[in-house]
Ligand binder design. Structure first.
Ligand SMILES: Cc1cc2nc3c(=O)[nH]c(=O)nc-3n(C[C@H](O)[C@H](O)[C@H](O)COP(=O)(O)OP(=O)(O)OC[C@H]3O[C@@H](n4cnc5c(N)ncnc54)[C@H](O)[C@@H]3O)c2cc1C
Length: 424
């Protein structure tokens, strides 16, 4: 089988195209936007994601545009340190965890698809509006930017058309409508001097009030000598449309950080100096009970729209792509069998991660500390949240998302507090 269509040229669709090409298949991608541009802010690529890029021969190019994550530090609502852990190879994993601009990564994948598959592989300005199928193949309905409508025919279809997937809507018309979680996320980037050497991710705040994540996504950004810093703030907000490009205003949120005093970073200034701010409502999509309809299959955000926390959306999409293409190679004449096998391997695991992301994940430690201290500063963190207890929480989480902590089963302590570690 060689004639496959991919709906959507986001990171998931492009990566799937590269995986298919590795197996000698050149798919056709249909993408609704007329021009791909490097949109979005930061994403955190976990070690399993970096392993996927290594396997695709993209590691050097990826390293050139991203930042190695060395450590991760958690603070309460007063800027007091709760816990820290090393990241990626610094923790003993085989691959690095890296931070990158989502748009830069997408463009890297896009350029690679054009180079490896040829320019004809991607049809831009082509919005898929629906599909029909019979025993031999699938017909896609396409609406072009100029209003022209077209029907195209393929052996099988992989839908990677994101959180508002038209294919998912057709496949699951009865699926409950997604609903607003009550949490709004402001995402921004700021240019500034590197903090703590330029390789640290910070998790800040009392979640009952607000949560903030900060990490660098580019060094010497556009030759300025400065880091491009990505930051995300979550707090209760009004419902708005689920649109990645919605412009936000951070002014009302900044005072929530009046009490946060972190020695090496003024987080309020960071927000005030933003180059761009986007608003994104956290919408709950319930897990789907199937990703396959005959010769059509869902992948990436179309299959498992997640809260954009912890880099799981993009990393899980990369794993989807590999597993799906492996199954197509195993069942070369039966795409339905391949899709069902992929669904069997991936769906339950990813649904579990998606549900976990709707909760607190390992960020629960900030809530535990806030509750145990009655939302006040503490004197001795070990009396509030012992290192061993925090370690246990983190080890469970890392195992859940498919990267068990090296050394944990051998009983090694993996977390620390930076002031207790020389050079940490
Ligand atoms: C503009 C944008 C900005 C984002 N910014 C961030 C961010 O800052 N942080 C973060 O964590 N995640 C962000 N994401 C989401 C992130 O890209 C995904 O969670 C993850 O990479 C999985 O990607 P995906 O390819 O499944 O989905 P997406 O990245 O959403 O890509 C889906 C693609 O399908 C195309 N498409 C949609 N409908 C159709 C259709 N009917 N026909 C044809 N093509 C269609 C879209 O234009 C898009 O290119 C963003 C997504 C987008 C689209």
């Amino acid at each position: 089988m060689s004639d496959i269509a991919i709906v959507g040229a986001g990171p998931a669709g492009l990566l799937t195209a590269l995986r298919l090409h590795q197996r000698g298949i050149t798919p056709t991608l249909y993408e609704s936007v007329a021009e791909l541009r490097p949109l979005g802010v930061g994403v955190d690529i976990k070690t399993v994601g970096t392993a996927e890029l290594d396997d695709l021969g993209l590691l050097d190019k990826f390293r050139a545009v991203s930042v190695d994550a060395e450590d991760s530090i958690f603070f309460n609502g007063f800027g007091q340190e709760i816990y820290a852990e090393k990241c990626g190879v610094h923790m003993g994993y085989l691959h690095e965890q890296r931070f990158v601009h989502r748009g830069t990564l997408q463009m890297l994948f896009y350029d690679e698809v054009l180079e490896r598959l040829g320019r004809d592989a991607v049809v831009l300005g082509a919005r898929v509006t629906g599909y029909r199928q019979d025993a031999d193949g699938v017909t896609l309905d396409i609406e072009h930017r100029d209003g022209r409508r077209e029907e195209v025919r393929h052996d099988a279809v992989i839908a990677a058309d994101g959180i508002k997937s038209a294919v998912r809507r057709q496949m699951h018309p009865d699926q409950a409508e997604p609903y607003f979680s009550g949490i709004t996320m402001w995402r921004g980037t700021t240019l500034r001097e590197p903090f703590r050497g330029g390789h640290t991710i910070l998790h800040i705040g009392d979640p009952a009030v607000s949560s903030m994540i900060v990490y660098p996504i580019a060094q010497d950004f556009e030759g300025t000598g400065l880091d491009l810093i990505n930051w995300v703030v979550e707090t209760n907000g009004e419902e708005t449309i689920e649109d990645w490009n919605q412009i936000g205003d951070i002014t009302d949120v900044i005072p929530l950080y009046d009490d946060v005093k972190i020695p090496f970073l003024d987080v309020q200034q960071l927000m005030r100096d933003a180059r761009e701010v986007y608003l994104f409502p956290l919408i709950r999509h319930e897990p789907l009970d199937g990703w396959v309809d005959g010769r059509v299959v869902l992948l990436g955000d179309a299959a498992h729209a997640m809260f954009p926390r912890g880099g799981n959306g993009i990393t899980q999409a990369m794993i989807d792509a590999r597993v799906l293409v492996e199954q197509l190679a195993t069942h070369p004449d039966d795409p339905h069998a391949a899709f069902v096998a992929y669904d069997g391997i991936r769906r339950e695991i990813v649904n579990r991660i998606a549900v976990n992301m709707q909760g607190e994940g390992y960020e629960v430690i900030r809530r535990i500390v806030a509750e145990r201290t009655d939302h006040r500063p503490f004197d001795d963190i070990e009396q509030v949240l012992p290192l061993a207890e925090a370690d246990e929480i983190f080890s469970r989480y890392h195992a859940l998302v498919g990267s068990p902590r090296p050394g944990h089963d051998a009983g090694e302590a993996t977390g620390f507090r930076t002031w207790e570690r020389v050079g940490a």
